[in-house]
Write a protein of this length. Structure first.
Length: 162
C-alpha cells in the first residue's frame, strides 16, 4: 500500500496559501451568516429570548370583498373547481417546530428574524401546494412577537396563491 505522505507534502508557500484561503473562507462564512435572515453559519453566543404566537388566516372573497377567515388549528375546508369540499391542513406541509404550532406562544428558535423568515417561506410553500382550493386567495399569518422582552409587536405576513 502506497504512503499518502508524499501526496500531502506541500511546500511552505503552498501551505501558507492554503491556510490563508481556508481562514478567509471561514471568516466569509461567519460574516455572511450574521447577515443572513436565519443566521445560517453565523455564530450567536447567546440565544435570543424572543417568543411568537402565530395565527393563520385565509383570504377569501365574500360579496365581492376580500375578507380574512381564521384557520383554527391550521385546518380548513374549501371547495375545488368541481364544487367538491376538500380538507386541508397546515401541518400536512409544515412539520418544523415551532412553525407547526398555531395559536400558542412558542420560543422563536434562532431569533425572531429567523423565525419570521422561515414562516414566510412556510406560508409560500403551503399557498403553492393547495391547487384545488379555489376559494383561498392568500394565506395570512398574524404574528404577535416579543423580541428579547420588549413590548409585543404585531407582524403580518402574506403569501398569495400562484
Amino acid at each position: 500500500m502506497a504512503s499518502l505522505g508524499g501526496l500531502l507534502d506541500l511546500k511552505p508557500v503552498s501551505r501558507a496559501a492554503f491556510i490563508v484561503l481556508f481562514l478567509g473562507a471561514e471568516l466569509y462564512a461567519i460574516a455572511w451568516g450574521q447577515r443572513a435572515p436565519d443566521h445560517v453559519l453565523g455564530f450567536q453566543m447567546f440565544n435570543e429570548s424572543s417568543r411568537i404566537t402565530v395565527q393563520l388566516f385565509r383570504e377569501v372573497v365574500r360579496k365581492r370583498r376580500r375578507v380574512l377567515v381564521p384557520v383554527p388549528d391550521g385546518k380548513w375546508r374549501a371547495r375545488d373547481g368541481s364544487g367538491e369540499l376538500r380538507h386541508y391542513a397546515w401541518q400536512d406541509r409544515i412539520k418544523y417546530p415551532p412553525l407547526d404550532v398555531l395559536g400558542v406562544q412558542v420560543h422563536a428558535s434562532y431569533g425572531l428574524s429567523a423565525q419570521l423568515f422561515r414562516l414566510q417561506a412556510a406560508l409560500e410553500d403551503v399557498a403553492a401546494h393547495i391547487p384545488h382550493d379555489t376559494q383561498t386567495r392568500a394565506l395570512v399569518a398574524v404574528v404577535e412577537a416579543t423580541h428579547n422582552g420588549r413590548p409585543p409587536q404585531t407582524i403580518r405576513l402574506r403569501a398569495d396563491r400562484p
